[in-house]
Ligand binder design. Structure first.
Ligand SMILES: Cc1cc2nc3c(=O)[nH]c(=O)nc-3n(C[C@H](O)[C@H](O)[C@H](O)COP(=O)(O)OP(=O)(O)OC[C@H]3O[C@@H](n4cnc5c(N)ncnc54)[C@H](O)[C@@H]3O)c2cc1C
Length: 315
């Protein structure tokens, strides 16, 4: 039976949920005041890696689910998903490698692949998502499944409950206000995008003593970061921060020196100690929350979308 589902949020999380709910025969409307490209999702690097994701007992299942879906999508060139090798640099012994359990292609990085101060590292093949291709592709794919898009600000859940059998709140940082949840906090990030002369290898060096550092080469650009300022609401790029990012990435990958800067951006990662994916009581219609993905909303997107669709089926 087709149910009417209103999804609040058109970022990577809301779109992926809308897609899977529509695939299962629901009549889905996405209501949002920003498109995915204009939201935090448009700033994401976006490499499949669980950086600063909230905790959850289901985390590994979501990571696995999303990795598999992205791997399927990598066979469709138009989607903008590529499987790429890269290196996770480790700066201290005993770094958390639990993520490798759901990555079939990984091995110990060799010393000559790592910065001299690193203690170890992992070479892995994971999805890298060229968001300027992927987000419009996903929007079109949703539309082809019958998803409707409404451009407006939602003031409260009741506001979108009247014409729905089910409401899903997947509004990133906006979710806390909608559900009276004061446990959300921003983790501010800043990136600079360089022209890509054909580099494919990514690097993440999250414990770099000079600051969080990552290099994510996509189809047309290389996303260089970064910053992770807990509690900061700064939304304008800061020139000194960008210069420091460029120094760090060139030190890790000298081939980046002098590449043209294409653009720069900031984004507020929608963080929470635990990702919230559950039914929320107290509304006239069933409500499912899905938010708090921090620095891993892309990485977890399809896994969480499948979990929300399963919850919706049980509702
Ligand atoms: C610099 C940076 C780099 C990152 N790199 C990566 C990476 O490499 N890999 C990765 O997995 N993740 C990465 N992330 C994290 C990722 O971007 C986020 O986790 C993800 O985008 C969150 O998606 P979302 O859909 O929950 O929220 P958003 O993308 O913020 O979307 C929220 C949506 O809700 C809507 N909304 C909110 N409130 C309301 C309201 N009241 N009414 C109507 N609409 C509303 C907005 O308009 C928008 O459509 C990065 C983030 C940053 C900042």
């Amino acid at each position: 039976m087709s149910r009417r589902v209103n999804v609040v949020g058109a970022g990577i999380v809301g779109l992926s949920i809308a897609h899977d709910l529509a695939l299962r025969g629901n009549a889905v409307t996405v209501i949002a005041d920003r498109s995915a490209g204009e939201s935090v999702s448009g700033v994401a690097a976006a490499v499949w890696f669980p950086y600063r994701s909230g905790a959850s007992p289901s985390l590994m299942a979501w990571l696995l689910g999303a990795r598999k879906r992205f791997e399927q999508l990598a066979t469709d060139c138009a989607a903008g998903v590529d499987l790429r090798e890269g290196i996770v640099v480790e700066r201290h012994m005993g770094a958390d490698r639990s993520w490798t359990e759901v990555v079939p292609h990984h091995q110990e990085a060799t010393a000559d692949e790592l910065p001299s101060e690193a203690v170890a590292g992992v070479r892995a093949t994971v999805p890298v998502i060229s968001m300027p291709h992927y987000l419009p592709w996903l929007e079109k794919r949703c539309a082809s499944l019958g998803v409707r898009f409404v451009d407006r600000t939602v003031a409260s859940v009741d506001d979108v409950a009247g014409d729905a059998d089910l409401v899903v709140v997947a509004a990133g940082m906006g979710s806390g206000v909608l559900l009276n949840d004061d446990s959300m906090f921003p983790v501010q990030g800043q990136i600079v995008r360089l022209a890509n002369p054909g580099i494919t290898e990514w690097i993440t060096d999250v414990d770099n003593p000079a600051g969080l550092t990552y290099i994510v080469p996509r189809r047309e650009d290389i996303v260089c970061g970064g910053v992770a300022q807990v509690g900061s609401w700064v939304t304008e790029p800061v020139a000194e921060v960008e210069q420091a990012i460029l120094r760090r990435v060139v030190s890790l990958m000298p081939a980046l020196a002098g590449l043209p800067i294409l653009s720069r951006a900031t984004g507020l990662r929608p963080a929470r100690d635990t990702i919230r994916l559950e039914h929320v009581d107290g509304y006239p219609v069933p409500v499912i929350a899905c938010y708090g993905h921090g620095g891993a909303g892309v990485t977890l997107s399809w896994g969480c979308a499948e979990a929300v669709a399963d919850l919706a089926d049980q509702t």
